[in-house]
Design a protein around this ligand. Structure first.
Ligand code: MG
Length: 275
């Protein structure tokens, strides 16, 4: 099932965004067919389950928003693909390298990525994102699927110059708009599908710049959930970014960046100047 968060022209500010189930088979570019529909749900399915309302929209008539607002945190994992670790000038660490992105860095599909004044080297990192469904701590590897709600696409936007000059990653990865998520959460896949391999591609102005597979992750999804939850309690709606394949590179103002993951869809954003 694909769970989206969306708004429409007719929804009032008081109503706020809605959640819905998105139908339709994705094409080879991860796009919905013209006749795709979204059936509205009663409330946030993370907390209320799936309660379908008798209200549906053409998917092309709604505006998709970040499918989840992480309740407490986005946990990033650095250097989880050996080829990316190599291009960063080193070997992958033996244990997953964790960092945090604030939940205020999250934006949705088609939202701008704002290029901050403090950086001259803002880079894309296309990544698979895991959405947590239950409060949990010290999750054993074999129980990890029990706490996973689903999967979405992320761009772990990074000010590479600030990442190198600061001792840690908070500023480099924490700017507002540096965590596009979406366009929806797929709940029907499991870690085995990603261990077998789903293609992860990033396109910059239509040119492919990253072309990897989730099969190349060093630490698989259950291991990441176990590792992160051994350090900090995870809450429903928290997100774990699973690392980026090789091919990271800079973006410029007005660039369009798209991250596509096989079976999940495609997440597109445009870089804008931060005023
Ligand atoms: Mg990353």
């Amino acid at each position: 099932m694909r769970i989206a968060r969306f708004t429409t022209d007719s929804r009032t500010d008081d109503e706020g965004p809605a959640y819905g189930v998105v139908s339709g088979e994705l094409d080879e570019f991860g796009q919905l067919p013209d006749d795709a529909v979204i059936v509205t749900l009663a409330g946030d399915p993370l907390y209320m389950g799936i309660k379908l309302l008798e209200e549906e929209h053409k998917a092309s008539d709604v505006r998709f928003l970040a499918p989840v607002l992480p309740r407490s945190k986005v946990v990033g994992i650095g250097k989880n693909y050996a080829a990316h670790a190599a291009e960063m000038g080193g070997e992958a660490p033996a244990e997953p390298l964790m960092f945090l992105k604030p939940n205020t860095s999250v934006v949705g599909p088609d939202d701008p990525i704002f290029y901050p004044r403090q950086s001259e080297n803002v880079q894309y990192e296309g990544e698979l994102a895991v959405v947590i469904g239950r409060i949990c701590r010290d999750v054993p590897v074999e129980k990890a699927t029990d706490v996973i709600y689903g999967y979405t696409i992320a761009n772990d936007v990074t000010a590479r110059d600030l990442q190198r000059s600061d001792v840690q990653f908070t500023r480099a990865k924490g700017f507002d708009s540096f965590c596009p998520l979406g366009p929806w959460i797929e709940t029907d896949l499991d870690p085995a599908a990603f261990a077998e391999g789903k293609r992860v591609q990033t396109f910059l102005n239509g040119d492919v710049v990253q072309d990897g597979t989730t099969a190349d992750m060093i630490h698989d999804i259950p291991s990441l959930v176990a590792h992160v939850s051994s350090v900090m309690t995870l809450l429903p709606g928290d997100v774990i970014l699973t690392g980026t394949p090789e091919g990271v590179g800079p973006m410029q103002v007005d660039d369009e960046v798209e991250v596509a993951i096989e079976g999940l869809g495609a997440l597109t954003n445009t870089v804008k100047e931060r005023r």
